[in-house]
Design a binder for this molecule. Sequence first.
Ligand code: SF4
Length: 79
Amino acid sequence: MYLPAWQVNIFERRLFVMAKPVIDWDLCEGCESCVAICPDVFEMQDDGKAHVKNPDACDTCDCQEAVEVCPTEAIKMED
Ligand code: SF4
């Protein structure tokens, strides 16, 4: 079945929205890139690491971009 690119993007985003971001704090180096991209989802805490403050907010941002921009691959999307 052929889908136009915009419909594929919506479909992929819906699949993605079902997953939640998880941060491996052993890998996080505190660069804050994920917070800059998805401030509704990630926040920096006193330990100098990023934390997921609201995983359900992924449908309002682009957590996949945060996954891709993380320099240490500390963010994973998990169901
Ligand atoms: S982008 Fe990666 S390394 Fe940077 S703060 Fe977020 S989780 Fe940590």
